[in-house]
Design a protein around this ligand. Structure first.
Ligand SMILES: [Zn+2]
Ligand SMILES: [Zn+2]
Length: 347
């Protein structure tokens, strides 16, 4: 490290929050999140924290109370909370939680190592020039250059967005996520020595000094530009995109047909249980219902087709695929039919 005056971490954190980013304090001199309170910190294998209580950090009261527990889960853009954290630990470094900050950070490693023998592993899924010699690829920068070339895109490190040089000589290219898109972090999925920080991961803010060296913005560009569409497509292709599952629309469910009296009540009960079964128990619930209704099959009461149709309808409501549902119904009804119930005097 040279003697350049290090920026005050609190000012770095407040600057980041002013960009709308969510920050966490890093343990002074390191790039790891600051340790939380004893109750929330398991410690290490060699030195476990005695008063640690195993619990899920999501919804932990420490976070609501403003304590920097559970790493990125505590990330905030609230200037008051930030001021309190850095007043307490003025030398804490600044980490930026990618997901809540809507950032996608391309981490280009330059830590040497031998590049894969098979050039197909450099950028999985991409056709690379056939004359490429493996020895010509030394680090992540070369792989990134190849990717940009393959996409006929300008070289990304060329002052197009905030670029942070890391102590190990790598670079972090910071991008804004396009609206409505969510991402997950993966290491090496895009290409050799190309990692993605997004979602639940974080990056060290420029201006943070660790014992290994400084994270410094390079070039002149300090703006974070939107993730280029071509790169967004490549990240999607390589499994970084998170697509929200469509929530199942649950409507009040009514059985279509259901005899009368005792049988009707039994049918309604079984069908509702199937329709409202949760993933994980749906198949078993359906099979048991089919068995019970199978025991009631009798001329004048219920016929097999009616039962099958009504059960299938309920199973669809529960979100079970038809093929799975049909098999469960068939085996359940058949087993039930072999043990008929006599309805002593019931209607
Ligand atoms: Zn805590
Ligand atoms: Zn906790």
């Amino acid at each position: 490290m040279s003697t350049t005056t290090a920026p005050d971490p609190r000012r770095v954190a407040l600057w980041a929050a002013a960009q709308g980013w969510h920050v966490i304090p890093l343990a002074p001199g390191t790039k790891v999140p600051m340790r939380g309170c004893d109750r929330c910190s398991p410690g290490t294998k060699d030195r476990p924290t005695p008063s640690y209580v195993r619990h899920d950090g999501h919804g932990c009261e420490c976070i609501t109370a403003g304590r920097p527990c559970h790493g990125v889960l505590a990330a905030t853009a609230d200037p008051e909370r930030i001021t309190a954290w850095w007043t307490h630990t003025p030398k804490a470094g600044v980490g930026i939680a990618a997901g809540p900050s809507r950032l996608v950070i391309l981490d280009v490693d330059c830590h040497g190592g031998t590049s894969p023998e098979d050039t197909a592993e450099l950028l999985p899924g991409l056709d690379l020039p056939s004359d490429l010699t493996p020895g010509s690829i030394v680090d992540g920068r070369d792989v990134l250059a190849l990717l940009c070339e393959a996409r006929r895109a300008p070289y990304l490190e060329d002052d197009r967005t905030l670029t942070v040089r890391t102590p190990t000589g790598g670079v972090h290219l910071w991008f804004r996520s396009p609206a409505g898109m969510a991402w997950r972090p993966l290491a090496g999925a895009l290409g050799w020595q190309l990692d993605i920080r997004a979602g639940s991961s974080y990056a060290v803010a420029p201006g943070t000094i660790t014992r290994a060296g400084a994270y410094l913005a390079q070039g002149r560009c300090r703006a974070v530009t939107e993730l280029p569409a071509w790169l967004a497509r490549d990240l999607d292709r390589t499994g970084h995109r998170v697509r929200a599952e469509r929530p199942r629309v649950v409507l009040p469910w009514r059985p279509r047909s259901a005899g009368t009296g005792y049988v009707a009540t039994a049918v309604r009960g079984e069908l509702s249980a199937v329709a409202e079964a949760q993933p994980g128990t749906r198949n078993g619930t359906l099979n048991r219902a089919a068995f019970r209704l199978g025991t009631l099959l009798a001329p004048g009461n219920l016929n097999r087709a009616q039962v099958t149709d009504a059960l299938l309808d309920a199973a669809r409501h529960a979100g079970l695929p038809d093929r799975e549902a049909e098999a469960a119904i068939r085996s359940g009804v058949s087993a039930g039919e072999r043990q008929p119930r006599t309805l002593g005097g019931a209607a």
